[in-house]
Ligand binder design. Sequence first.
Ligand SMILES: [Zn+2]
Length: 251
Amino acid sequence: MEDKLLVDNKLYAIEVGHTNSNRIGYVKLKADRIIVKIPSKISKHEQFSMYRKLIAKAQKYLQRHKNIESLEKPEIDFYNKQTVEVMGRQFSINIIEIDSKTSKAAIDGNAITIYLSSSLSKERASSITSNLARRAISTIILPDFISRIDQFNSQFFQSNISTVRLKDNSTNWGSCSRKNRINLDFRLAFAPDKIRDAVIIHELAHTVHRNHSKKFWDLVYSIIPDYKERRRWLNENKHKLVPGYKFDGVS
Ligand SMILES: [Zn+2]
């Protein structure tokens, strides 16, 4: 297996790893490398064929999206005394160091207080702060996501939705399980409404069609004729989905 891929004079290193899944592999694009994950439980022959397919997919994507500034979703950092505007609400972040091994977050109205263990390294402290702040904000804005999902669901799908969660998804913007559990990427909270709606409609359409068949896409396009443009916008602007970024001309 080759370990580098050249696309438009740019060299990407290829990292191959395994997943514990029985059949699902994926490819993830970073600024300078391509990460391929292949199920360890399939035969060597199947692994090789999946590897070729995933690399071809990455190559096609990279050739098509020459102008995107970032291939990665942004890491969202939170800091003390920060004001975060999200979905029309404003929160203040306060970070207080405490003499304890565990860290936690508390929500009081519009204030999110992170009680951060003083024993952490700088790097660990910033990742724990980000996680706790993300989860606190998710708790507050989740009802807004749910009401939007309910609105579209009753209008177009009439499915039974079991749960909705906001996550820090690295490989997708949303997913819908067979039991109609919908997961959405937390960063969508920082996206314009119509972009967020496109991801929601896509996942809701999976409650009717469990695949990406023509029937699935016909359903999606019947609700959002400009779905493709919205998804392209999301791909090209994902690095802007952070607190404080103001989008002009997209509503
Ligand atoms: Zn899908």
